[in-house]
Design a protein around this ligand. Structure first.
Ligand SMILES: Cc1ncc(COP(=O)(O)O)c(C=O)c1O
Length: 447
């Protein structure tokens, strides 16, 4: 068995190590987890006194900085008043206020909000809502789902089904429902051999043919709008999303936009769908929903979908819920996060991040270690030249350690290194993250 790589910073106690099973971690190979004591702004502080720049917003959740006092206070005040109440047969002010706040920032067509616990449950709800919609309107034959290659929608069974085939899901094949998969607009590795200069989104031909033949069987298409995150920070042309919307409307198929990662400003607008000027039928939200403070999900849908559930027939009820649905503390965090969008120059910060990413990306283009660079909003990804591209690239752990040793938390997706910072990151801090990536290129052997 390979030795574990010891971290230089803040290792946890023996007792902690033995009992806690960490996510996406191979305990036999991966370094010991780093003990974090506190966090503020864009920084995490380790127990042994180091300071790490959180350049990935702690798995893409943090928006306005760690331990933001406005959100922290809102949660504390809510905890003293009402920490939780069953959400079937009862409601509460924080849920009502958060729903109203979301309605203000969401497209007007997305009128109904169903709360859940995290990104995966927001996706499960969306899939079930889409399937039951067709059931409710008397077309139960429309029950197949379509997803994109390279997709990631979470780790619960439905979400895994619509995620791409990969080593992540291989042991759970029996749990995964069959899904039709169509190419993603991964322009650097164009699935139909086109070049961006001459591309007319030919990669959508497969979806069009699938719809022509099978639209009567298809309930919904699910996409990560404009940015496929875990699949490698793949940025799609806006036209790709627009045409998917158009095809779904033409063929009577629901469009589910999984904005779990892209929502709340991540892609430069409140929602990625806005950049393409489209409105999906169903949208999934999580991660930034609470500013990154508490787990919470929401699935929002149009009135057309909702009205098919509204009936004197109990059989049409949406039989789905979780113990902590619409937890008041999560709602309070969500309300506070939305208020920060109004009280602080959040979109100016986002624009600054976008500008720095673009400047730095321009400087990296043509570097022999760089295969491709992709930017959208607050996200910049560098696909490094590798003879073993993909999530299990050997580069991944070398780079991860290299960045940590320099005080920056970056968590490459195999040979794809990306920056996805909290919006409060300063220009200087952001340049620091870019600098360590630049420095790391010396470790990459161009192929
Ligand atoms: C697009 C997308 N959907 C869903 C999920 C699952 O969210 P969670 O990890 O909160 O279950 C993720 C997580 O990274 C995601 O990126």
């Amino acid at each position: 068995m390979a030795d574990k790589i010891p971290h230089t910073a803040g290792a946890p106690s023996e007792a902690t190590k033995l009992s806690i099973w960490h996510p996406f971690t191979q305990e036999a190979l991966d370094p010991e987890p780093i003990l974090i004591e506190r966090a503020a702004g864009a920084y995490l502080y380790t127990a042994d006194g180091r300071k790490l720049l959180d350049a990935i917003s702690s798995w893409w959740v943090n928006l306005h900085g760690h331990a933001h006092p406005v959100i922290a206070e809102a949660i504390a005040a809510q905890a003293r008043k009402l920490e939780h109440v069953i959400f079937a047969g009862f409601t509460h002010e924080p849920a009502i206020e958060l729903a109203a706040g979301l309605r203000r920032v969401l497209p007007a067509e997305l009128e109904h909000i169903f709360f859940s616990d995290d990104g995966s449950t927001a996706v499960e709800v969306a899939l079930k809502m889409a399937l039951q919609y067709w059931h409710n309107v008397g077309r139960p034959g429309k029950k197949r789902l379509v997803a994109l290659e390279h997709a990631y929608h979470g780790d619960t069974a439905g979400a895994m089904s619509v995620g791409a085939d990969s080593a992540f899901v291989a042991p759970f094949q029996e749990l995964r429902i069959p899904v039709w998969r169509v190419p993603s607009a991964y322009c650097f590795r164009c699935p139909v051999g086109k070049h961006p200069d001459t591309c007319d989104i030919e990669c959508l031909g497969a979806l069009e043919r699938l719809f022509e033949e099978h639209h009567d069987e298809i309930a919904a298409v699910i996409v990560e709008p404009l940015l496929q995150g875990a699949g490698g920070m793949i940025v799609h042309p806006v036209e790709f999303l627009r045409r998917i919307r158009k095809l779904c409307s033409e063929f009577g198929v629901l469009l589910i936009a999984d904005e779990v990662l892209t929502g709340f400003g991540r892609c430069g607008r409140m929602f990625a769908c806005e950049r393409a000027a489209i409105v999906p039928d169903i949208m999934c939200l999580s991660k930034g929903l609470t500013g990154g403070f508490l787990p919470m999900g929401a699935t929002v849908c149009t009135g057309t979908i909702h009205e098919t559930f509204y009936s004197a027939d109990r059989g049409r009820t949406f039989f789905h819920g979780h113990s902590y649905t619409a937890n008041p503390l999560g709602c309070a965090a969500g309300i506070a996060s939305l208020k920060i969008f109004d009280s602080e120059p959040v979109f100016d910060r986002i624009a600054c991040i976008e500008k720095i990413h673009e400047e730095r990306a321009a400087r990296l283009r043509g570097h022999p270690a760089v295969a491709d660079i992709r930017t959208i909003g607050t996200v910049m990804a560098v696909e490094l030249s590798a003879d073993d591209p993909g999530y299990f690239s050997r580069m991944r752990s070398v780079l991860y350690e290299f960045y940590l040793e320099r005080g920056v938390l970056l968590r490459p997706l195999g040979n794809v290194v990306y920056i996805l910072p909290p919006y409060v990151i300063t220009a200087e801090e952001l340049h620091r993250a870019h600098d360590v990536i630049l420095e790391s290129l010396a470790l990459v052997r161009p192929c």
